[in-house]
Design a protein around this ligand. Structure first.
Ligand code: PHE
Length: 351
């Protein structure tokens, strides 16, 4: 029996060496150490041995059992180490590789420009006022001194929407100037006898029924400005807008005002900045004039002041309107206004 046990021991160790995976090892265990294993059967045979043989055989059985249990643990550890090594060899991981950057969102270039404009005017004491995109003919034109059928309306062909009346149709605002009346009426309603001064900028989307081209879109943003109070002069208009241009472009940008016409301002002026592409010498960007037009402005027309609830005998004011798309195009030399609303990340990610 002792010789037999040695044989079992050797055979089991040889078999363990052949095992190549976890499942095979489990099989090995039930074969050599399980309930029906030869070794377990040998224990049962102990009873049939003589009194001298029995303790020796019992001891031997326990030794072999312990040895096989140890072999099992050893083989198990070896298999696990093999598996790890294999994973390390095949699934290589270069911990020195730089991480993958998380894509970061950002503000649309026009939003960035709008915020810069708002911030510059905020420093000068203007507050942001918001007004509706869908307007009545009355606010968009009539109260701004555009009489019905006035030819100036033709410059702002409009998108009309359902819901208005024949003599006061509804339309998408063609300029933020419509908000001038809303703002003045809101302020003057607080104190009709003694309306408070107004210092606002009014950013928002405008809509015109126009041929889309590299220079004009059917929708675009504007920032309107309005200051109304006592003793406001054209000098205040010039000073405020010149200071704005210096802050927006650079501290020594040259500016000029050119006489112009808008029904709701009198006198009216367009403001130009010196072309910063050629420095005023003349180039294709400034169409060889040396100047770039950046906004329309003027002293608020007495009729408009009256429509807003301010007595033109006592109050005066100035207004201006600028296009953030145009300012952004000039600043970054973008050639086509249509890029702004195309949702092309290759364009947008540059800002
Ligand atoms: N609303 C004018 C436009 O869209 C701009 C403007 C605003 C001019 C305020 C004068 C004063 O062209």
């Amino acid at each position: 029996m002792l010789a037999e046990l040695d044989k079992i021991h050797k055979g089991a160790l040889a078999a363990a060496a052949q095992v190549i995976d976890q499942a095979g090892l489990e099989e090995w265990r039930s074969q050599y150490l399980g309930k029906n294993a030869v070794l377990t059967q040998s224990l049962k045979q102990l009873g049939g041995l003589s009194a001298e043989e029995r303790p020796q055989a019992g001891q031997k059985i326990n030794q072999v059992k312990q040895a096989l249990e140890a072999a099992f643990e050893e083989r198990k550890a070896a298999l696990q180490a093999d598996k790890l090594q294999q994973a390390l060899d095949t699934e290589r991981l270069d911990v020195t590789l730089p991480g993958r950057a998380m894509p970061l969102g950002r503000l649309h270039p026009i939003t960035q420009t709008l915020r810069r404009i708002n911030a510059i005017f905020a420093e000068m004491g203007f507050q942001v006022y918001r007004s509706r995109d869908v307007e009545t003919d009355e606010y968009n034109f009539l109260l701004l001194n555009f009489p019905p059928n006035h030819p100036a309306r033709e410059m702002q062909d409009s998108f009309y929407v359902e819901g208005g009346s024949a003599d006061n149709p509804l339309l998408m605002r063609t300029h933020t100037s419509a908000g001038q009346i809303h703002a003045m009426r809101e302020f003057s309603a607080e104190s009709p006898e003694n309306p408070p001064p107004v210092r606002i900028v009014l950013p928002g989307m405008c809509y015109r029924y126009e041929q889309v081209s590299a220079r004009s879109e059917v929708q675009f943003t504007q920032v309107e400005g309005l200051a109304v109070g006592e003793d406001i002069t054209f000098g205040d208009l010039k000073g405020t807008l010149t200071d704005f241009a210096r802050r927006f472009f650079n501290a020594d940008v040259r500016t000029r005002f050119r006489a112009s016409h808008f029904p709701f301002t009198e006198p009216s002026a367009e403001m130009d900045v010196e072309c910063f592409v050629c420095g005023g010498k003349g180039c294709s960007v400034c169409k060889h004039s040396g100047w770039l037009e950046i906004l329309g402005s003027g002293m608020v027309h007495p009729n408009v002041l009256r429509n807003g609830g301010y007595d033109p005998e006592r109050y005066s004011g100035f207004a201006f309107g600028m296009g953030p798309e145009r300012l952004t195009m000039l600043r970054y030399r973008i050639e086509d206004i249509r890029y702004f609303w195309r949702n092309d990340l290759r364009f947008l990610e540059q800002f």
